[in-house]
Design a protein around this ligand. Structure first.
Ligand SMILES: Cc1cc2nc3c(=O)[nH]c(=O)nc-3n(C[C@H](O)[C@H](O)[C@H](O)COP(=O)(O)O)c2cc1C
Length: 199
């Protein structure tokens, strides 16, 4: 599949069939401008959501806030791992600064709702995926990362508060190097016909 054309926008179906994320560290300018990002987020918000709760929200981290994000992440990391190496800290600095655009998607469940938390969290994942689809449909590439920062309460607290969680750091831009395919599931292993209870 190495010679396949990725993110072929000829038709909706070709785009879905060839969609490929970009590695955030390889994404370069141009990224979406303010209007394009607004458009991407409006599409991302058009996501299945049981109970119409919108149990997610989007936080844009602009260029001039990236250094602050790096500071939050590295401070949190050092607090948890006082022996952190310079290499580990440099990797976290790089994480915060990569790609032209960054949207942090928060899972924001409504705890008083009768809609199960699981469903609300699924919807947050779907919003992330829709955000990626919108970016790809607009000719950009995106990359969805969690990594250590998504699981740090201190980093989460810089964006919101429990029970909110970081669903993902969605990095957007233009691939700076050719995309290549990654292994895809063996369809025979994941598709079956149900004929009755298993086991
Ligand atoms: C919730 C979630 C979190 C992810 N976090 C990471 C991560 O921290 N680091 C990483 O290298 N890939 C991570 N990935 C995988 C990347 O998005 C990866 O590039 C993806 O497999 C690209 O596949 P695609 O081309 O089908 O979009 C994550 C994926 C998901 C769904």
């Amino acid at each position: 599949m190495s010679d396949m054309a990725f993110n072929d926008r000829s038709t909706p179906l070709t785009l879905l069939e060839t969609r490929r994320s970009g590695k955030p560290r390889d994404l370069i300018a141009p990224g979406p401008d303010a209007d394009q990002l607004d458009h991407i987020l409006r599409i991302a918000a058009r996501t299945p959501d049981h109970g119409k709760l919108a149990p997610w929200r989007f936080v844009i981290v602009a260029d001039d806030a990236r250094a602050k994000l790096a500071e939050v992440i590295t401070t949190a990391y050092r607090a948890e791992r006082p022996q952190a190496s310079a290499t580990e800290i440099a990797a976290l600095e790089q994480f915060a600064h990569q790609a032209p655009s960054l949207v942090v998607v928060l899972s924001s469940p409504r705890t008083g709702s009768h809609i199960p938390l699981w469903e609300q969290e699924l919807s947050a994942g779907a919003a992330c995926m829709n955000l990626l689809h919108a970016a790809h449909a607009m000719g950009f590439a995106g990359g969805w990362l969690t990594g250590w920062p998504s699981f740090s309460d201190a980093v989460r607290d810089a964006f919101g508060q429990a029970p909110e969680r970081i669903a993902g750091f969605l990095f957007l831009g233009t691939p700076g190097r050719p995309l290549d395919e990654r292994p895809r599931p063996d369809m025979e292993a994941i598709v079956s016909h149900w004929t009755g209870p298993v086991a």
